[in-house]
Design a protein around this ligand. Structure first.
Ligand SMILES: [Zn+2]
Length: 228
């Protein structure tokens, strides 16, 4: 009987102890949660501030670059637009610093992206000679299956006069080869989505003495283009 009372008392005591202790634990936990939440809010505010500072900074840099070194004897009039006339054309990404759609890292976009219809005709902007040719992935030439440029997929680079070169990337088809002579307006390929690309568009670059410049210096005068 006495044992029985002792056991009951013991159970009761441990229950009370547990009740008290778990209460304290719960309070401690609550306080921890509260202070962590405050810290998270504070960090979120800091992130917001930094993000807005970064975007301000990006805006000051966006689309800037290279335009100062254009040879005097070269005017926009010498250029044909790199895509044969299409109903749908729009600039989808400008030249300059941008956030990579793949890595979200700020990188230099060396050309301008022109979104258009699938397989729109790509033309050489000026007379020149093909200096680089990567047939698009899957292209078969003389029994060889090509894999395309790892970044640009089907791509052509053309050398013009005055140290000027142009590059046409992500094409689904190419119609000329290395060392071919091309003339202004000649169809050299078709728009595609090859290489690292988020949708069909022409990635177009202009080089002067090996360095890229903002292609808009040459393309902006075209009136039939809707700019977004
Ligand atoms: Zn691009």
């Amino acid at each position: 009987m006495r044992n029985h009372i002792l056991v009951t008392l013991g159970i009761l005591l441990s229950f009370l102890y547990f009740l008290f202790f778990s209460n304290t634990l719960a309070e401690q936990k609550q306080e921890l949660v509260k202070s962590s939440t405050n810290q998270v809010t504070e960090l979120e505010n800091q992130i917001e501030l930094l993000t807005s500072q970064v975007s301000d900074y990006e805006n000051t840099l966006y689309g800037v670059g290279g335009a100062s070194s254009i040879p005097e004897n070269l005017t926009t009039g010498d250029f044909v637009f790199p895509i044969a006339e299409e109903d749908f054309l729009r600039y989808s990404s400008p030249y300059g610093l941008r956030r990579s759609p793949f890595t979200n890292i700020l990188t230099q976009h060396e050309g301008v992206d022109i979104a258009t219809v699938w397989r729109a005709q790509v033309v050489s902007v000026s007379d020149g000679v093909v200096t680089e040719h990567w047939p698009p992935p899957g292209a078969v030439i003389n029994g060889t299956v090509f894999r395309g440029h790892p970044v640009y997929g089907g791509v052509l680079r053309i050398r013009h006069d005055n140290g000027l070169e142009t590059l046409y990337a992500h094409m689904s088809e190419t119609f000329v080869n290395q060392n071919d002579i091309v003339s202004a307006g000649e169809v050299i390929g078709r728009v595609g989505n090859t290489g690292i690309s988020t949708g069909q568009h022409l990635h177009f670059e202009i080089f002067i003495n090996g360095d890229t410049v903002n292609p808009m210096v040459y393309l902006s005068e075209l009136p039939e283009f809707e700019q977004n």
